[in-house]
Design a protein around this ligand. Structure first.
Ligand SMILES: Nc1nc2c(c(=O)[nH]1)N[C@H]1C(S)=C(S)[C@@H](COP(=O)(O)OP(=O)(O)OC[C@H]3O[C@@H](n4cnc5c(=O)[nH]c(N)nc54)[C@H](O)[C@@H]3O)O[C@H]1N2
Ligand SMILES: Nc1nc2c(c(=O)[nH]1)N[C@H]1C(S)=C(S)[C@@H](COP(=O)(O)OP(=O)(O)OC[C@H]3O[C@@H](n4cnc5c(=O)[nH]c(N)nc54)[C@H](O)[C@@H]3O)O[C@H]1N2
Ligand SMILES: [Mo]
Length: 807
């Protein structure tokens, strides 16, 4: 989230799109209701009616996978009616920037596309630069090559007729949403966007979010109270896991992973340190070398020296252009290229797309270690239905794990709050925490390396590794400390002293920090994640900032990009709900995005400090699939052609390629129904945890498929009937739930039916059915590799009887 949960109460309009917040973030949803009580309009745009729709002012059903068409129409509406926050757009976004001659858009493709590699040459999309190397601007927004004009042209194609025909949303409903939301362009009004998997889990996932961010920039809604672009995060600590890197392509604090074509630290720093020639741009990533060296030094300790790039020389390096995400990890496993590995707290046989392939891929392993609190479809895949354990060669080790209530540690919530939790009870039986397991296993591996040497021992034996797992010690190390006495101005910091924030981090080995973004969470004044102080100044209390409650990254800033909430002189756009204000030569309110004076001052800086040029990206040349979001159909679609262009689906989408990775052809009459999948309140994700909790299983006991009454009648299905849902990849049995929560939609003049299924039921629990994910394809967004779980094509028919899976 750019903002945080409490801040949602400050919104005048709440657009919940691609999320079922009332069911998946039920506690936090109270802030939406507070906004509603205060007069905000809450809108839910979602293929199915849910409890979120029930608590909203109104619900608008749309066809899954058509949000870019829906929002593209909103951009056209905003620009046609000139409903932008003019000063904000001109001063703070790149709308005035002139795009270079390389950029063009034709037949659904941007310039620079290479059909052989399915990739773009993004250099084509760069800005026209002046002789200092600063992007040229036209503050009147009239230049036909400025971002504003190119955007107008791009979304000029998204007229109401076309958008309505593609999304299945009637024109009056489109206009109603556009009108209410666009009204937040007025200075002093704010609209918030709340999204989750309904946007991310698509082959255009990132561009869905980009388009929402563009709308927010046009309306001046980023950085202000009640605004923002707010990702409602998932698994208890998924925010922490991305911040601290449980992803293949980033290291902690969003530092790119080393690549084979950056063999030395100097190469890495050169490639990853952006340069701006504009003195008004803070270009914060220009500090990246300090963060990288402090991280490496934290990992390698005394052994990390300038001569070995602080240990960079020993780091594994990925091959440029190769994708190591789970989609391809399992693809490689299926192709027999992976011998073994560890899986902790993850049930891929249930939760990954094309689960039949995942299950077969696991058969190819020699060994597997699973850290779990329950037996799951993953720990037990070797005796799944239809498989003889004698045919499976894998040796599986199950490490009994304790549960989060049995361990100390931190959790980062969607609003970036870093919060300590205390263990309630000692771990039961032989169970241990994952931290304990990792530390112990690594210590034994190090002992073996020390004794037996082995190939390339340096990265293992040189690691600065604790003897025992200790969450408090790790939290301190994440914050970072001085490795030697350091004098800054008239103050000397002693070796071992905690750094106060990332501003202290250096690139000479004199500091460590395991994550620069979290630096400050455990400074000289102690572990701030334990704070629970509700004190606020009246200005902070007005919008509910609670700066003394826990600690938020970065530097306890609660609303990101808050320098965009004030005008050039530091005066808040909103007199009622200011976030920061320049008063008597200093900022008051939230922690500002850098302490510089307001922009009108010669020493002032642009507000979007993480962007090289300092401006919000109305045009985003950094995305791999285009600088403007464009509507493409999902990989499987009921349409044979894309009404917006000749390009049917995202030209860059990721596809696993094997004999088990097949896609229904566009508009295939054998698979005419759109399937979307989701979680339920009563279960947790793949259900490995909650199916073992009897009351929860009783509340939601079996795999079902929600379908509209018209489809049910057409297929001769009654509520409660056993049915078979079939995609080109496989069949799944479920119980029919015939409900008006699903609506047939008119798409391109034809009726399209949608069905919805949860994905939490699996065969290890008797009588509940098995993985919905046997239907979904191994297709993913090209920026993030998030699979397209939310739109694929199926058919639904009545089954003769319930099978043994439901008995
Ligand atoms: N009780 C409970 N809480 C949970 C979880 C759980 O399993 N149980 N899971 C947690 C996790 S890991 C996560 S990531 C979050 C997920 O939180 P959500 O993203 O809210 O969860 P989903 O059930 O996937 O619901 C997404 C919504 O998107 C809609 N949708 C599908 N396709 C589209 C589309 O193309 N466009 C639009 N606009 N909407 C679409 C679906 O109909 C659904 O209502 O919840 C977390 N919270
Ligand atoms: N079709 C479809 N598929 C989806 C989604 C969808 O919307 N539709 N959503 C996707 C999303 S957003 C997510 S996050 C994934 C989630 O799917 P997974 O990543 O597979 O996560 P869970 O199903 O939550 O499984 C977590 C496992 O961890 C175990 N566990 C719980 N606590 C602990 C602990 O403290 N230690 C250890 N070692 N184990 C523990 C639980 O018993 C459980 O088996 O599913 C994805 N799959
Ligand atoms: Mo998730």
């Amino acid at each position: 989230m750019t903002n945080h949960w409490i801040d949602i109460k400050n919104a005048n309009a709440v657009l919940i799109m691609g999320s079922n917040a009332a069911e998946h973030h039920p506690i936090s949803f109270k802030w939406v209701l507070k906004a509603k009580d205060a007069g905000a309009t809450v809108m839910h745009i979602d293929p199915k009616f849910s409890r979120t729709s029930a608590r909203s002012d109104f619900h608008v059903p749309l066809r899954s996978g058509t949000d870019i068409a829906f929002m593209g129409g909103m951009v056209k509406y905003i620009l046609d009616k000139d409903l932008i926050h003019k000063d904000y757009v001109v001063q703070y976004t790149n709308a005035a920037f002139i795009v270079g001659d390389g950029y063009s858009f034709k037949d659904g493709l941007f310039a620079g596309y290479d059909a052989a590699t399915r990739k773009y040459d993004r250099k084509k999309w760069g800005f026209a630069l002046d002789k200092e190397g600063v992007p040229k601007r036209d503050m009147t927004l009239k230049n036909p090559r400025c971002v504003y004009q190119l955007m107008k042209k791009h979304y000029g194609r998204y007229n109401l007729d076309k958008v309505s025909a593609v999304t299945g949303v009637p024109k009056d409903k489109l206009l109603k949403v556009y009108d209410i939301y666009a009204a937040t362009h007025e200075p002093g009004k704010a609209g918030t966007v709340m999204y989750a998997l309904g946007w991310t889990q698509h082959s255009v996932g990132v561009q869905n979010i980009r388009l929402a961010a563009i709308i927010q920039l046009l309306l001046g809604n980023i950085g202000v109270a009640g605004g923002g672009i707010n990702a409602l995060r998932g698994e208890p600590n998924v925010q922490g896991s991305t911040d601290h890197c449980i992803l293949w392509h980033i290291l902690p604090g969003y530092l790119p992973v080393p690549r084979a074509d950056w063999p030395t630290l100097a190469d890495y720093q050169k490639a990853n340190t952006p340069v701006s020639h504009d003195p008004k741009s803070a270009n914060w990533w220009g500090n990246r070398p300090k963060y990288m060296v402090s991280l490496l030094k934290g990992w390698m300790g005394e052994a990390g020296t300038p001569e070995n790039g602080f240990g960079y020389d020993w780091m594994p390096k990925v091959e440029p252009g190769k994708d190591y995400s789970t989609l391809f990890l399992f693809d490689n496993m299926y192709k027999g290229k992976v011998r073994g590995g560890f899986i902790y707290g993850h049930n891929p046989c249930q939760s990954m797309p094309n689960a039949s392939k995942i299950r077969k891929a696991m058969d190819k392993l020699d060994w597997l270690v699973v850290g779990e609190i329950h037996n799951t479809e993953t720990s037990d895949y070797w005796h799944r239905p239809g498989v003889d354990p004698k045919d499976i060669k894998t040796e599986v080790f199950l490490l009994p794990s304790c549960q989060r209530g049995e361990k100390d540690g931190t959790i980062s919530n969607s609003g970036r709050w870093h919060m300590w939790h205390y263990k309630g009870i000692e771990p039961m039986g032989e169970s241990k925490s994952m931290g304990w397991m990792v530390v112990e296993i690594m210590n034994r591996v190090r002992d073996l390396y020390k004794k037996e040497k082995g190939a390339f021992p340096e990265p293992v034996v040189n690691l600065d590794w604790p003897e025992h797992y200790d969450a408090d010690y790790l939290a301190k190390k994440i914050n970072g400390w001085y490795t030697r006495d350091v004098t800054v101005g008239d103050k000397t910091h002693k070796k071992g002293e905690q750094v106060a924030s990332f501003v202290a981090l250096a690139d000479d080995g004199s500091t460590i920090s395991l994550n620069w973004l979290y630096s400050g969470c455990y400074g000289p004044s102690g572990n701030l994640s334990k704070r629970r102080d509700p004190a606020q100044t009246p200005m902070q209390a007005n919008i509910g900032l609670y700066p003394g409650f826990s600690w938020a990254w970065p530097v306890n800033r609660r609303i990101l990009y808050n320098r965009a909430s004030v005008d050039l002189n530091g005066k808040p756009f909103s007199a009622d709900k200011p976030v920061i204000e320049w008063k008597d030569g200093k900022w008051v309110g939230d922690v500002p995005d850098g302490g510089w004076p307001p922009m009108a001052d010669p020493k002032g800086k642009y507000p979007f400090i993480m962007q090289t040029e300092g401006h919000g990206q109305a045009y985003g040349p950094g995305r791999v699939d285009g600088p403007f979001p464009e509507h493409y159909e999902p990989a499987e679609t009921p349409l044979a052609a894309n009404p917006f262009s000749k390009q049917l689906s995202n030209p860059c989408m990721l596809l696993a390629e094997s004999d088990m990775d097949i896609l229904a052809k566009p508009g295939d009459p054998k698979y005419p129904v759109v399937l979307t999948t989701y979680g339920v309140t009563e279960h947790w994700c793949g259900g490995g945890d909650t199916r073992n909790t009897p009351v929860l299983l009783e509340a939601e006991p079996q795999l079902y498929v929600e379908m509209d009454p018209v489809l049910a009648k057409k297929q001769g299905i009654k509520n409660g009937d056993p049915v078979v849902i079939e995609s080109i990849r496989g069949k799944v049995e479920a119980i029919a739930m015939v409900t008006v929560r699903m609506t047939p939609l008119t798409v391109q003049g034809k009726t399209v039916h949608l069905v919805g299924m949860p994905f939490c039921f699996g065969w290890t629990t008797p009588g509940v059915g098995d993985a919905t994910n046997r239907l979904t394809p191994s297709v993913a967004d090209p920026n993030t590799a998030i699979p397209e779980y939310k739109a694929c094509m199926v058919n639904v028919r009545k089954a003769d009887k319930v099978t043994e899976l439901f008995v």
